[in-house]
Design a protein around this ligand. Structure first.
Ligand SMILES: Nc1nc2c(ncn2[C@@H]2O[C@H](COP(=O)(O)OP(=O)(O)O)[C@@H](O)[C@H]2O)c(=O)[nH]1
Ligand SMILES: [Mg+2]
Length: 427
């Protein structure tokens, strides 16, 4: 059976972020190797940067080596991890094998002294102080010791793989066709609280396909803190001559009292509202409006709805707003319009770094948010997508692109599922 670390996801994450985006591969576990430090050295000898972790009853200690055990003079950082806090102290360059006491070798590293086979270690009071630990930590019994190889999360090979995935996704999506050619372009409506990142998502998708950053959709504030025009955006791939066969429709944000009027939602879904329609939250649209589209065709209607939420605040939405969103969702289910949830701002979620975007759905804090959205709104877990929008960047990032394109692929699948399921196709 594969060895498993005793570090929790959170502990591993804190260390990962502290040591500059490293991934830890477990090489040695003392409880499985009879607490033999020779086995540890043998298993880790040739592995480059290494982290050795000692577990006491109340604290996790460790030594981070910038190079492998086989080297003679390696800068060593000692650290302590309590809850989510890492304290560290550099103790200079030493022969790392001297971390461990060996009967045949009396050399040791000043400040730390590990007798692994006796399951204890001693830390000098000076190092204790530097780590912010009380002096009682100076002699500690060890319950477990683990050693890890430290790899770059985004090494050259991984970066190349991501660039390939991103290019493949771009090719697949640029060849997307609405199901059965039923409409020239599928229409995707973005709904969600004010500030959720709807307009930023439009800009992000446009940027990824265009190959450079664009800010066409108005983000953030006008005088009301929201864009109050209904805007529909086509997307072009590179310098391509025509728009791709999907349109992103950016609406007024939802809020408990102001924002998009609930009655307007039905008009939006049914395709009665034209591009650039000026919303008025006090006055819902009526068929008397000069620009009202009286007889919308299938091509004018919405084929997929994306509920956009800021992942950081999705659990703090007011009761009234949650009720409003659930009501819209019930209407959608009644009309058979398929929908997904899109969680933005994942980059500002606690502890999440750029490297986490590679496997964002497997990050513990993200999983908790997915479960919260599933519980509070009823979306199936597979219907909840996660992204980080382009906000203030000047350049595109292949990792971000991959996440945005993957979300777009799911949205377009959902739109096609809706078109495929239309009653006219069953005739
Ligand atoms: N860090 C971060 N900020 C975002 C993200 N998406 C949007 N924002 C910011 O959130 C604010 C509201 O975004 P906006 O797109 O106008 O939201 P909208 O009201 O739903 O259209 C702006 O300041 C954006 O820069 C994201 O994924 N990450
Ligand atoms: Mg907006």
């Amino acid at each position: 059976m594969a060895m498993r670390t005793r570090l929790t996801w959170l502990q591993e994450k804190c260390l990962q972020n502290y040591f500059g985006g490293k991934r830890f591969r477990l090489l040695y576990k003392a409880t499985e190797q009879n607490f033999s430090h020779r086995d540890l050295l043998w298993k880790c000898w040739d592995h480059g940067p290494t982290m050795t972790v000692f577990y006491s009853r109340n604290c996790v200690f460790g030594a981070y080596l910038q190079e492998g055990f086989k080297n003679k003079n390696v800068p060593i950082t000692l650290f302590a991890l309590r809850e989510t806090e890492v304290s560290a102290c550099a103790i200079g360059a030493h022969k790392p094998a001297f971390l461990f006491y060996d009967r045949e070798n009396i050399d040791c590293i000043p400040g730390i002294y590990v007798v692994l086979y006796e399951k204890n270690m001693t830390i000098s009071s000076e190092v204790c102080e530097k780590l912010g630990l009380p002096p009682r930590y100076s002699t500690i019994s060890i319950q477990e010791c683990e050693a890890f190889r430290c790899e770059e999360l985004l090494d050259e090979r991984k970066t190349r793989d991501i660039a390939v995935i991103q290019r493949n996704l771009l090719t697949v999506l640029s060849n997307y066709k609405p199901y059965g050619d039923l409409v020239p372009q599928t229409r995707i409506l973005l709904l969600g609280p004010i500030g959720a990142g709807k307009s930023s998502f439009v800009n992000s998708v446009k940027s990824v396909f265009r190959g450079s950053i664009t800010h066409q959709a108005l983000v953030g504030c006008d005088k009301n803190g929201m864009s109050d025009k209904y805007r529909t955006y086509s997307i072009t791939y590179g310098d391509g001559d025509g728009p791709l066969p999907f349109v992103l429709c950016d609406s007024l944000g939802l809020s408990q009292k102001a924002g998009l009027h609930t009655d307007d939602t039905a008009y939006l879904l049914n395709g009665h509202i034209p591009d650039r329609y000026q919303f008025d939250s006090m006055k819902p649209i009526t068929s008397n409006h000069p620009n009202y589209i009286h007889n919308p065709l299938l091509k004018d209607k919405i084929h997929c709805v994306v509920f956009v939420f800021d992942i950081n605040s999705v659990e703090q939405l007011s009761h009234g707003l949650v009720a409003k969103i659930k009501k819209i969702r019930r209407e959608l289910i009644k009309c058979g319009i398929l929908h997904v949830a899109l969680l933005t701002h994942v980059d500002s979620l606690d502890l999440i770094t750029r490297e986490d975007l590679i496997d964002i759905y497997n990050c513990e804090p993200v999983k908790l948010k997915l479960e919260a959205v599933h519980r509070d709104f009823g979306f199936a877990l597979s219907e909840i997508l996660v992204i980080s929008n382009y906000v203030s960047e000047w350049h595109l990032d292949p990792v971000k692109n991959m996440v945005i394109l993957s979300a777009m692929r799911e949205i377009l699948h959902t739109a096609n599922d809706f078109l495929e399921d239309l009653p006219l196709n069953k005739q």
